[in-house]
Ligand binder design. Structure first.
Ligand SMILES: [Zn+2]
Length: 309
């Protein structure tokens, strides 16, 4: 789908319509926002062809954050883009220059076999091609202003990108996730993602409100695609953050905490998707959300441990 020069690219990570990257085209120049993994790079280059751009006409690769489903392919992609600079949150920059710590961190969550198959070996980005983007940093895409907004909550190294020209935001994981499989006549279903290890509910509430204050007409989520009716969705997101925190606090002192968190999150999502008019059964719910339930449970566990400390 293309709207105002914005191309949605399915990176192919995990399954169709799970993980998006975006290509913004303006006046013969391009900027990628997020890039999926090493395995996504051929798809990104193909999207350039469809947009009638040459790899040398890409000026920027902007990362919303350095989680590997967004940034894992950055080094590999940059090697194909001779004139591009990498724009990344100041807290994420060193991990793109030397990805070893990122690799180790993800290994602890996913294990080596999954890592190699899902992401491939991470390729470093040369230091001189990395631009750190603090809050308010402006990326100039040949006159089209893309503003970086510090949006902690999902991760401390997270920024969102506001495209003034189209009046839309690229939200990475800050505005939650919304799989198209859960769309009903009530619109999109949306929920926050609390992936380990930096979930911070207060910061996430504040970041969502900051994005909303820009009054964008649409959000472009990495998982997955463009959503409108952003004010309604924000209300749902705020509610769901609070509900997930309540689940976490309820499970905090229970034996087998992780199993309990997983169970209660499943119940929560089953209830909310049903309310939303989605008619899938429990197997279908776990098919689409099983991985998120596991990661959200892990992330809430890490948050509980940090709160206690
Ligand atoms: Zn993330």
């Amino acid at each position: 789908m293309i709207s105002q020069g914005i191309h949605t690219i399915d990176t192919g990570f995990v399954r169709p319509r799970f993980d998006a990257a975006y290509l913004v085209v303006h006046d013969g120049h391009g900027a990628f926002i997020d890039c999926g993994t090493n395995h996504s790079v051929p798809r990104l280059l193909e999207a350039l062809g469809e947009a009638a751009l040459d790899a040398s006409q890409v000026d920027w690769l902007i990362l919303t954050h350095v989680h590997l489903d967004h940034a894992g392919g950055a080094g590999e992609l940059m090697a194909h883009l001779p004139n591009a600079q990498l724009v990344v949150h100041p807290r994420g920059a060193r991990h793109m220059i030397d990805p070893s710590q990122l690799w180790e961190g993800a290994m602890a969550v996913y294990g080596e076999a999954v890592m190699m198959q899902a992401y491939g070996r991470l390729r470093p980005v040369p230091r001189e091609r990395v631009v750190e983007a603090p809050d308010g940093h402006i990326v100039d895409l040949h006159g089209r202003i893309l503003r970086c907004i510090d949006t902690p909550g999902h991760a401390k190294h997270h920024l969102a990108v506001y495209d003034q020209h189209a009046n839309v935001c690229f939200t990475g994981d800050t505005f939650g996730l919304s799989y198209r499989e859960f769309d009903t006549d009530k619109g999109p279903f949306i929920m926050p993602t609390t992936t380990p290890v930096q979930f911070d509910p207060d910061a996430l509430h504040a970041s969502i409100n900051r994005l909303l204050a820009l009054k964008p007409k649409a959000m472009y989520l990495t998982h997955y695609g463009r959503v409108e009716q952003v004010e309604q969705l924000a209300i749902k997101l705020h509610e769901m953050i609070d509900a997930m925190v309540a689940v976490a606090l309820h499970c905090a002192e229970l034996p087998e905490r992780h199993a309990q968190l997983t169970k209660e999150l499943t119940e929560l999502y089953a209830a909310r998707t049903a309310e939303h008019g989605w008619r899938g059964d429990r197997d279908a719910l776990l098919h689409w959300l099983g991985m998120d339930i596991e990661l959200n449970a892990q992330g809430l566990g890490v948050w509980l441990d940090r709160e206690r400390a």
